[in-house]
Design a protein around this ligand. Sequence first.
Ligand code: HAM
Length: 422
Amino acid sequence: MLTTKPRGTNDFLADTVRKWQYLEEVIRKVCREYGYGEIRTPIFEHTELFQRGVGDTTDIVEKEMYTFTDRGDRSLTLRPEGTASAVRAFIENKLSTQAQPTKLYYIGPMFRYDRPQAGRYRQFHQFGVEVFGSNDPAVDAEVITMLMDLYGRLGLKDLELHINSVGCPKCREEHRKVLQEFLGDKVSGLCKNCQGRFERNPMRILDCKNEACQGLTKGAPTTGQCLCPECDEHFAKVKDYLDLLGIEYKVNDRLVRGLDYYTNTAFEVMARGIGAQSSIGGGGRYNGLIEQVGGGPVPGIGWAMGLERAILTMEQQGIKFPEEPPFDVFIATIGEEAAGPELVLLTKLRKAGLAAEKDYLGRSLKAQMKYAGKFNAKFTLIMGGDELQRGVVVVRDMAAGTQEEVALDRVVDTLVASFINR
Ligand code: HAM
């Protein structure tokens, strides 16, 4: 136990972290261009926020939350997603008093007690965006475009964007009625999960993956068929804008998403060929959520993408991540008298902004040169007693295979200049 991480979590070692840093770099660039500012909220929140925000009848709240009682007897939950926290922060920090809309993004760990498998973890990471304060269908089109733009910049191919409209509470009530009528005599054939959903949230039966449920819901009324004129018009505009922007999509009238807060536009992006966990991002509009959490009647929309799944898909599609730039300088020494001057020079190089390293295990010169190779440094400096007496160091250009002696008090400037001129 002591040396084993909890099930469903990951250690990301240096090589993998580099990929994450690259992904985050692209993400931050896209966010800047689309006008989103970063928000950082707590990793845990009051449990009630998710019960109210994500919804009591969702898998997340029913069986996937990491909930605990703290020493002050409060019920807290590790965040299973980012939208509820962003909404809470929007209300608590009175962001609605600023010029609207508010456009936020977040990157960070989320926690769900899910059944771990490739692409599905108990601690996973999401990049998400949320826009508060506008019901303009152009915002729906913008957030979807941004998601597809990001995937495109990462080089991802073979993606399918599915969109649907789940309507407003009025349309949902109508849909609930006709769907319950349709399923009335079929309930006993549904999976146990969906039998429970029949009363609480029948719409979710439509996207159940169970074969029996899929069979029984063939021909069932879809949310799209129950849209009121305003919701219908909103969805038509979203599609028009996506067409205008050249974003390819498929209307999937069974897409209802697993969180309760959605209204109107819902969407999901699937990557073909990565197996069961094919959803690499998804989101939608949630015009009632802010009020439900205790704020004003402010509309909202957003999405989140799973970063592990994005990286997994990139790897499977053979997309190359940028290489780590080579190291700058390695210092090798001969003889104990060089130890002090070496440490001083090393620190000066680092303070001058160069990546510099030395041996700490008392290796022979040959072994130091071999160790230096591991760093793939552009220059290796050699300091021996003889050089020190003459006040010089040997500077070896590793790629060119050339070397020269440089005065010890000029070596930092010389190396810095050579990097500037690169
Ligand atoms: P979600 O569909 O639950 O939506 O999650 C979004 C993405 O997070 C999924 O498409 C998937 O890539 C990733 N994901 C979810 N669960 C796991 C897991 N156990 N392991 C690895 N990756 C996972 C939301 O969370 C909403 N808050 C999105 C949103 C934002 N809607 C509006 N605004």
